[in-house]
Design a protein around this ligand. Sequence first.
Ligand SMILES: [Zn+2]
Length: 140
Amino acid sequence: MNDTEKVRSTGYGHDLNNVQEGYPQPEAVMTCPSPSPAVEPITCQSWCQDRDGHPREKVREDQWCFGAEHRVHLSTEPSVLMSDGKTAPTYLTTYLLRQADDTAPRVFIGYDEGSGKPATFDEARRFAVEILAQVDEHGT
Ligand SMILES: [Zn+2]
């Protein structure tokens, strides 16, 4: 293992357990000790990958719609050592997400697995414009 590699867990994609910091994790949610009935399915977003209303979540706060993920691998960054011993390229990622009862979808902007923040559409647009402006002005 080289010094620039860091260990992280495996697990992929949009599982709530590795979505992002600062959001309620399943362990942090108050749960009833007895098995609770499934929650009412929500109306999924048109871009939701599941489209099933997420009926198997235990609480409404766990019902999230996730859109398709878009990754950009970072060619000059060291790859990351996974807990299974494999390495994975470092990447930037973005996808849509919306929690049940939230007022609007967000654009998640992150890197690797589990790191990043959700932005409103307006914030995401401003961020994208800032990146494009820098690249267009100073890119070679
Ligand atoms: Zn959904």
